[in-house]
Design a protein around this ligand. Structure first.
Ligand code: CA
Length: 225
């Protein structure tokens, strides 16, 4: 999962980056809204965390511009101003949720997971596709009740496929979601992670179908009677 973080306080930005990376998110940090607008236009993020008080244009205006471009990713607003008016304005501008500073990391993580699930029309933290089950909070995957051993990148691919199923996920979306600016993942690398995942899913009753030139889709394999 790849997150855009827009926060101008250097200490808070660094602390959030560290905590989010510990929680296995890939994070691109920015200190201002203008570069964030450009990043959101060019990269597919799973979620954006946006501080309201920023130098230059503020977080409200950033969200308004992003929504006007038709970008639909979930946006969580951070605000130091504990006023009802700010929250109302933020939600009216297209934010999906807000958190008032100071906040506790577990609450931020829980709200992020809920927003990401809701954005994919998934209701629970446990996803399943036939005999494959994913626990998004515990980050564990089981196939026919046997736990799968997955690397971080393999997990990242499987999580995206599972959240999208039965819809497909483009190769670019997979590459974006695994990347950070300082660790770019190429579409060729995505192919490698997919092939390793296929080996781990082999004969398990679920498969990753390639839609050539488009992307991948997770499908249950019909069992022979
Ligand atoms: Ca600020």
């Amino acid at each position: 999962m790849r997150i855009l973080l827009v926060e101008d306080d250097p200490a808070l930005r660094a602390g959030l980056c560290e905590a989010l990376e510990q929680a296995h998110f890939a994070v691109d940090p920015l200190a201002a809204a203008e570069p964030a607008e450009a990043a959101l236009a060019s990269t597919t993020y799973d979620l954006a965390i946006v501080d309201i008080g920023l130098p230059g244009i503020d977080g409200f205006e950033l969200i308004r511009r992003v929504r006007r471009r038709g970008i639909a990713l979930p946006v969580l607003v951070l605000t130091a101003r504990d006023s009802l008016q700010d929250r109302v304005v933020g939600l009216d501008h297209g934010a999906d949720d807000y958190l008032v500073k100071p906040f506790e990391m577990p609450e931020l993580l829980a709200r992020m997971r809920a927003l990401i699930r809701r954005s994919r029309a998934s209701t629970g933290a446990r996803l399943s596709c036939g005999p494959l089950a994913l626990d998004l909070i515990g980050r564990s995957a089981t196939l026919n009740t046997v736990e799968l051993e997955l690397t971080g990148r393999e997990w990242g691919v499987l999580e995206q496929l599972m959240l999208a199923a039965p819809r497909l996920v483009t190769k670019k979306k997979l590459a974006d979601s695994l990347s950070q600016w300082d660790k770019e993942i190429t579409p060729n690398a995505v192919e490698i992670y997919v092939s390793r995942l296929r080996a781990k899913l082999a004969d398990g009753g679920v498969m990753i179908r390639t839609l050539r030139g488009i992307g991948y889709r997770l499908e249950e394999v019909a069992r022979e009677a």
